[in-house]
Design a protein around this ligand. Structure first.
Ligand SMILES: *Cc1c(COP(=O)(O)O)cnc(C)c1O
Length: 239
């Protein structure tokens, strides 16, 4: 059992309801069915009790961006008997891929062949299959730090995943450039997703949209929304 403070639970429930209202409105505005959209709560920097509270509120997809924090939370929730899918969305060092392959169900940040190989080997050792998304770099001032593959390299990288033993290619992920209109970036991502599907028809996911830009992401075909601060509150600033 993970003890959840009832006041915090109520606060999370209210914020979650507000986010669902935004997502539903964005879906209606885009002429899409809300069921096409999966909400991921990004729990990084928040305690396992918050993650457990969200699972109790019906959020079954949780996302983290750092190992070992992610692994510790996954272990805590598993021990408490919570059934959740863990999405790893942060920059991933090759030497940590084996650990992440033991607890992540989906890795959104695959951006280079060596990481594909390391995750595949880790999944093999763990006796698991992983869903993976290719992270695409869409430019902007903080692009370097965020990682992501050059759009021109994405089809080659997809081929590499397709040849792996234990990774299933599900689609693309991107973070919109900070401080710019996200719409053109999401539009480029959507077009790249269309090209990818001509060769990999099962790669239907587009992981795009965060607390500040989920409406634009939904308008441009996002299927998975990664929402942190709008649900959990402000994180400590510098990382
Ligand atoms: C932290 C994070 C998010 C969530 O960001 P918010 O703006 O708090 O919603 C989404 N995606 C990635 C890759 C992140 O690291």
């Amino acid at each position: 059992m993970i003890a959840v403070d009832p006041r915090r639970r109520a606060e999370l429930a209210e914020a979650l309801a507000a986010v669902h209202t935004r997502i539903d409105a964005a879906a209606v505005a885009a002429g899409r069915a809300p069921e096409e959209l999966t909400l991921l709560a990004v729990t990084k920097f928040f305690p396992a009790a918050d993650a457990a509270a969200l699972a109790g509120l019906g959020v079954h997809d949780l996302a983290e961006s750092r190992d070992p924090e992610a692994g510790d939370k996954a272990a805590a929730l598993a021990e408490a008997g919570e059934q959740v899918r863990w999405h790893f969305v942060g920059q991933l060092q090759t030497n940590k891929a084996g650990r992440v392959a033991r607890y992540a169900d989906v890795v959104h940040s695959v951006d280079r062949p060596r990481l594909v190989d390391a995750l595949d080997a880790g999944a093999d050792r763990a006796g698991r299959e992983l869903d993976v998304l290719l992270q695409v770099a869409l430019g902007g001032p903080d692009a370097e730090r965020r990682g992501g593959a050059d759009p021109d390299d994405v089809l080659g990288l997809a081929q590499h995943v397709a040849q792996s033993q234990h990774l299933r290619l599900r689609g693309l992920m991107a973070v919109a450039p900070r401080g710019q209109d996200p719409a053109p970036a999401f539009e480029r991502l959507a077009r790249l997703g269309e090209r990818l599907r001509t060769e990999h028809p099962d790669a239907t996911w587009l992981s795009a949209g965060m607390s500040g830009d989920l409406e634009q992401a939904v308008a441009h075909g996002a299927t998975h929304l990664r929402i942190g601060s709008a649900i959990l509150g402000a994180r400590p600033p510098a990382r």
